[in-house]
Design a binder for this molecule. Structure first.
Ligand code: ATP
Ligand code: ZN
Ligand code: MG
Length: 309
């Protein structure tokens, strides 16, 4: 029987041989070509059309957080294994010469760089909380935002990338409002995925906390029902499923960190529902085959792939 790893390599090979994906010379970094991008655009539109659609602010951000904001997200505390940050060159001509010299002689030239105090974004919703830092919300706010996310988890699995796109809807408000948003997500998230012919199971989940307390944090998150994932068994019924999206209730985590309150003076709560756009697209190719013209007609229509007839 083929191992999980063999199946991941086989799916990657199929995507490459079909011309949908181009491997770059680092594990977890890939490029994608036109047909793949057309499917991904269709997925992104479905996320946009997914409820809630009223009073939602669509907004796009850079894929970087300033260091003070990054520190407040708590990502460094909980997931240091995934983070990445930017270094820049601020030296003079002499230092430039030394850096080029180091590069040309095969030495480590990065020692000539200094931290830019910019951190790579890990989740699009992290950009939304600072918009309301230190404020009292008179009513809840809901955002739709997508971004390139960085997570240092290099893998041969074409579903697990170091740089990938995620699109999310995020609500910040009272506990009731944040929970209601989460419930909408749990209802419409699986519907979105099954409407494009994917077999989805909603499962309780936890984030990959780091270090000795990881088990405790993970169990706490699961027991409180804070995270559910929409999983697809891309590698077979006998294998663990892969999360194509997730619905997350953060309690007052971001309200506390960013000092956001609601009209009653209590800390704001938040929730988000997000989809990995490459992941959903790869799951579509794994499910329906590498040739888009032979996909079921309703799936093509729903993804807007029939424009040319
Ligand atoms: P996993 O358990 O597979 O690591 P996750 O719990 O880290 O997923 P979330 O943080 O909930 O994922 O992110 C939302 C979505 O973003 C996931 O459901 C998935 O579709 C996508 N995603 C997360 N990490 C990656 C990755 N490394 N490569 C591609 N897509 C990803
Ligand atoms: Zn989020
Ligand atoms: Mg993960």
């Amino acid at each position: 029987m083929t191992s999980r790893h063999d199946r991941e390599l086989a799916l990657r090979r199929d995507l490459v041989e079909a011309g949908h994906m181009v491997e770059l010379p680092l594990r977890g970094l890939s490029a994608f070509t036109q047909t793949f991008e057309e499917v991904l655009t269709g997925v992104e539109r479905l996320v946009h059309e997914m409820q809630p659609t009223e009073d939602v602010t669509v907004i796009s951000f850079p894929p970087l957080l300033t260091q003070p904001v990054f520190e407040k997200t708590g990502y460094l505390d909980s997931f240091p294994q995934l983070i990445g940050s930017v270094d820049v060159f601020t030296g003079d001509g002499r230092e430039h010469k030394a850096m080029v010299g180091a590069k040309n002689s095969g030495e480590d030239w990065t020692t000539h760089l200094v931290p830019a105090r910019l951190d790579l974004l890990s989740a699009p919703c992290h950009q939304t909380y600072p918009l309301h830092a230190g404020t009292r919300l008179e009513r809840s706010v809901t955002y739709e935002t997508g971004n390139r996310c960085f997570r240092h988890e290099p893998s041969d699995d074409p579903m697990r990338l170091v740089s990938f796109r995620m699109r999310e809807k995020v609500c910040i408000g009272t506990p009731e409002q944040a929970q209601a948003h989460r419930e909408i997500g749990r209802r419409v998230g699986p519907d979105l995925l099954t409407s494009i012919g994917l077999q989805i199971e909603e499962v309780p989940a936890n984030d990959p906390f780091f270090g000795r307390a990881a088990k405790i944090f993970a169990a706490g998150q699961r027991d409180a029902g804070l995270k559910v994932e929409f999983e697809c068994k891309v590698y077979g019924e006998d294998q663990p499923g892969t999360a194509l999206g997730s619905s997350n209730y953060h309690n007052d985590h971001f309200g506390l960190d960013f000092d956001i309150t609601t009209a009653d003076g209590e800390l704001a709560h938040s929730s988000c529902i997000g989809f990995g756009l490459e992941r959903v697209t790869v799951a579509l190719f794994a499910t329906h085959g590498m040739e888009v013209p032979s996909w079921p007609a309703p799936v093509r229509t729903r993804l807007g792939l029939d424009a040319q007839g």
